[in-house]
Design a binder for this molecule. Structure first.
Ligand SMILES: *Cc1c(COP(=O)(O)O)cnc(C)c1O
Length: 350
């Protein structure tokens, strides 16, 4: 696989900014090279020094957890940064296009629109699976990115693995991006383990969901080291702040938290599904491999508004094609899920 063909020439040839911390990597000494404030920060902890631009300490932990090497990991200010950089690295406005499979995560479309990149949409099937034939017919020689989200947001289901393989094997004009934001809630193995076999695959994950660190903004992309190098070259030099790096480092050390949280969310998900099944106005609960469920309700819009009035906020997806009359519900704590079910029952019995 020759990556150069998928990368815009000005990015491939870019000479990146070289920061003070790029040019001197030692930790000992008197640092008068980065125009930092030598006094401190005016709060109890000092943040006056620039952070590691390549976040190596975190990457070493992640390499262990994800069974890959540090040079296969890119860290971004949320997955959103990785999505944007991948587009800017590969697509020229007016020339290249990307393939999206709605209903899916909205940021692919927004990021492509910001970058003024043509989007070709091939809807999922009625069962929220990939229309493999349709995708292959839509691809042309300028299709640089194919976005697959599994488990998918907002539908919750995982995509058939055999379809993903078929597309990886058939898509030869660019990168297949597999967004695994919800992989920790699923029993599917990650495609990170397949990167050596498929160098044109980029896997995205995040610490925002199972790891409970949404506020810190840490998104991950896993790919061939050549791709990771290119992303590092075009990212803002210090894209992950020092505070984020420090807290993430601690959080990744606490393995039992994430495992416990996932276990609790999965058992609450089953309990929530069971309770909702007893409500006759629930038309359908779609299968979920994520920490949320998409539910088709009778009078979904009115129910959604009623829940809001009761200070319980869900995500109304009713206006999204293929999600008519459906509400996306994040699995909460036991008491929160009980409150939700009570309110829904109250709404329909009124
Ligand atoms: C939540 C989510 C993300 C995570 O985004 P961050 O910017 O890392 O918080 C990525 N992809 C999908 C499909 C998501 O639902």
């Amino acid at each position: 696989m020759n990556f150069e063909n998928f990368i815009l020439p000005h990015i491939w040839n870019l000479k990146p900014y070289s920061s003070a911390r790029d040019e001197f990597k030692g930790k000992e000494g008197v640092f008068l090279d980065a125009n930092e404030n030598p006094v401190g920060s005016g709060v109890s902890e000092n943040w006056n020094r620039y952070p590691d631009p390549l976040q190596l300490a975190i990457k070493e932990q992640l390499a262990n957890i994800k069974s890959c090497s540090t040079d296969q990991i890119f860290l971004g200010n949320g997955s959103d940064e990785a999505i944007d950089l991948i587009m800017r690295m590969t697509c020229q406005s007016g020339v290249h296009n990307i393939i999206l499979c709605p209903p899916t995560y909205g940021m692919y479309e927004v990021s492509a629109s910001i970058n003024h990149i043509e989007q070709r949409k091939v809807s999922l099937t009625q069962h929220y699976q990939l229309d493999v034939e349709g995708i292959l017919q839509t691809v042309d020689q300028n299709s640089r990115l194919l976005f697959l989200c599994s488990p998918n947001n907002p539908t919750g289901n995982k995509l058939n693995r055999s379809d993903i393989y078929t597309l990886i094997e058939s898509f030869k004009t660019g990168f297949v991006i597999i967004d695994e934001a919800y992989i920790d809630f699923s029993d599917e193995p990650s495609f990170i383990l397949e990167l050596a076999k498929y160098p044109h695959v980029i896997v995205m994950q995040t610490l925002s969901k199972a790891y409970g660190l949404a506020s810190l903004r840490l998104g991950m992309a896993f790919a061939h080291p050549t791709i990771i190098n290119l992303l590092n070259k075009i990212k803002p030099p210090y894209n992950i702040g020092g505070a984020t790096q420090e807290i993430v480092y601690k959080a990744l050390g606490n393995k039992s938290f994430k495992e416990g949280a996932v276990q609790l969310i999965l058992s609450e998900r089953s309990r929530l599904i069971e309770s909702l099944h007893k409500i006759p106005e629930v038309v359908q609960i779609y299968p979920s491999d994520a920490n949320f469920i998409l539910v088709h309700f009778k009078r979904a819009n009115q129910l959604f508004n009623f829940l809001i009035e009761s200070k319980l906020i869900t995500r109304n997806r009713s206006s999204v094609a293929l999600c008519e009359d459906s509400i996306r519900i994040t699995v909460g704590l036991s008491s929160e899920n009980d409150k939700l079910v009570d309110l829904i029952s109250k709404f329909y019995s009124a």
